[in-house]
Write a protein that binds this ligand. Structure first.
Ligand code: ASP
Length: 330
């Protein structure tokens, strides 16, 4: 059974923390306990973190680390919520969203991208090789082609079969709280945040979006400030779950701003979930999970429903953590 917690206590905590001055970057380097460090959403974050760690442990750049990390589930057909092998939309098309952001506040993203296996790398190219932040649909695909990305069919026979079954039997769109597949252990969007040896914080996010979404739907993951936000002087945050709720509250931006006001990463994530609970009437039917990392190398997470996991890797730890949730399992 899941219980709801008291809003009053949470609001009280929120007020008390406002006004605490942020730590300066130089202070944080000295107090740092975990630099470099990488965190990412869900169980598939474990393998993704390993790829990111190869770069971080070698003194490399956090932006390279998050790109290489996120490419792991993008290429894995067993991960049915990201990249190749992702669950299609209602019309049977795999359409992908991704974003990246670096420590200087540069950002790039792609939405509704089809037939390209690594949307995170296209998002990085948008950031580095275009005057824009976001490209979508045909334009994003044209840009990817021009930048040397190969066109590939991303709909695997397994996902085609699943989609056909859904078309025949179900045909309804409903947000899944957590996608649980006992055989494949599949879960949602990959969001990753990394802080490198030189104190540079970057983030990336990639998804095939909500299963059987309407054709043309873009979620929170490529919306800078919603699915991902990084301020190199403060920290970064990324989100997973029902993108519509995250977009309506600009969740990741909110988490970073709360850290700027002095909240710990976990407190900031919790406050962003509180905001959703106050503003979105049917939030209890949804899952949203946030993870956050500050420039001290401190990390945290919080979610609406139980069972949101996130992966952590540093020189001290390699682990999968269960995030604390708004609703509790008794
Ligand atoms: N946030 C993603 C979206 O709304 C989906 C997910 O994380 O499961 O597209």
């Amino acid at each position: 059974m899941i219980t709801r917690r008291s809003f009053l206590t949470k609001s009280g905590l929120a007020v008390a923390a406002v006004g605490i001055a942020p730590k300066s970057f130089s202070d944080s380097l000295f107090q740092n306990k975990q630099i470099p460090v990488v965190i990412s959403t869900w169980r598939h974050g474990l393998a993704a973190n390993e790829a990111a760690w190869k770069i971080l442990s070698d003194g490399g750049y956090s932006l390279d680390a998050v790109e290489m990390g996120v490419k792991v589930p993008e290429a894995d057909p067993k991960v049915m919520t990201v990249g190749y092998g992702g669950i299609p939309d209602a019309d049977g098309n795999v359409t992908l969203d991704a974003s990246v952001m670096d420590e200087k506040g540069n950002a790039g993203s792609v939405g509704f991208l089809q037939n390209i296996k690594h949307p995170v790398s296209v998002a990085r190219k948008v950031m580095e090789n275009s005057p824009h932040v976001m490209l979508t649909g045909k334009g994003a695909n044209k840009f990817a082609k021009e930048n040397g990305f190969k066109q590939e069919n991303l709909l695997t026979p397994e996902m085609k079969k699943l989609w056909k079954k859904w078309k025949k039997e179900d045909q309804e769109f409903s947000s899944k709280i957590n996608i649980e597949d006992q055989i494949l252990e599949n879960h949602d969007t990959i969001g990753m945040l990394a802080l490198d040896k030189n104190g540079r914080l970057s983030g990336a996010c990639s998804t095939s979006g909500m299963a059987y979404k309407m054709h043309g739907r873009i979620g929170d993951s490529p919306i800078i400030g919603a699915g991902l936000f990084v301020d190199g002087d403060v920290g970064g945050a990324t989100a997973t779950g029902s993108g519509e709720l995250v977009m309506k509250t600009l969740g990741s931006f909110l988490v970073v701003e709360l850290m700027r006001q002095g909240k710990s990463p976990k407190e900031a994530c919790e406050e962003a979930v509180l905001r959703i609970s106050k503003k979105i009437p049917d939030y209890e039917h949804h899952q949203v999970g946030f993870i956050a990392l500050n420039t001290d190398g401190e990390y945290g997470a919080y979610c609406i429903q139980p069972d949101f996991t996130f992966a952590v890797k540093s020189s001290k730890v390699t682990k999968l953590e269960n995030a604390e949730s708004w609703f509790k399992r008794l």
